[in-house]
Write a protein that binds this ligand. Structure first.
Ligand SMILES: *[C@@H]1O[C@H](CO)[C@@H](O)[C@H](O)[C@H]1NC(C)=O
Ligand SMILES: *[C@@H]1O[C@H](CO)[C@@H](O)[C@H](O)[C@H]1NC(C)=O
Ligand SMILES: *[C@@H]1O[C@H](CO)[C@@H](O)[C@H](O)[C@H]1NC(C)=O
Ligand SMILES: *[C@@H]1O[C@H](CO)[C@@H](O)[C@H](O)[C@H]1NC(C)=O
Length: 179
């Protein structure tokens, strides 16, 4: 995916969002899995329901050994007779990102979770990692109404260690869609 395209898309959407009704984003499922239980133990990975249209995400996992080289594969999917790739699919160096905050889509995610997670520091990461009661989704992109899946695959030393996958629905205008 061409970053310039993403940035262009984001700026257009931000402008659009500011003038439009707040769209409704709701997380509908969260699935975390460890590929290597001697490095990552996932204790808890669950949504909490607040209301019909609001859920919060809670993740609690332990990195048993320190992780010095972390990369993140971000992939967005949209449901259309099965989930199909949508909008972005690429890998970033997470340690470099934490030093330089240099990647626009990762920065959107970072801005949403920085206050409710334990990740606000640079590499290495070790021990308990948490995302607590995350619900404030400020997604600056106007997406078409539908069901989405954000796949986050975490690599340590270039090898997949765990995944945090979040399903969500995006409704452009909740009230007109409700009936
Ligand atoms: C799994 O984790 C162990 C413990 O940290 C590590 O030594 C090993 O290289 C990891 N295996 C893979 C395939 O990443
Ligand atoms: C994280 O999960 C583990 C295992 O369920 C639990 O023992 C621990 O108390 C949890 N930590 C926090 C801070 O929630
Ligand atoms: C969504 O939830 C909020 C908070 O619970 C509530 O105020 C709002 O009316 C709900 N919107 C719809 C369309 O159900
Ligand atoms: C992240 O850490 C930096 C440096 O300690 C601090 O200045 C900043 O306020 C922190 N941000 C958040 C969201 O906690």
């Amino acid at each position: 995916m061409d970053y310039r395209l993403v940035i262009f898309g984001l700026s257009v959407s931000v402008a659009f969002l500011i003038c439009s009704e707040a769209p409704s984003v709701k997380m509908t499922n969260a699935v975390c899995k460890s590929y290597n239980k001697s490095w990552v133990a996932v204790h808890y990975c669950r949504l909490k329901a607040y209301s019909r249209n609001k859920t919060s995400l809670n993740i609690n996992a332990t990195f048993i050994e320190p992780a010095y080289h972390i990369s993140l594969h971000l992939k967005m999917m949209k449901k259309a007779s099965g989930y199909k790739p949508f909008l972005f699919d690429y890998t970033i160096d997470a340690c470099e990102f934490m030093r330089r905050r240099n990647q626009p889509v990762a920065k959107i995610i970072w801005n949403m979770i920085k206050d409710v997670s334990t990740i606000n520091h640079t590499c290495p990461y070790m021990g308990l990692q948490m995302l607590s009661d995350f619900y404030s989704i400020q997604f600056p992109v106007q997406l078409p109404t539908g069901e989405y899946l954000l796949l986050l695959d975490w690599y340590f030393d270039g090898k997949p260690q765990f995944a945090t996958n979040v399903y969500f629905t995006f409704v452009e205008d909740f009230l007109t869609q409700k009936k």
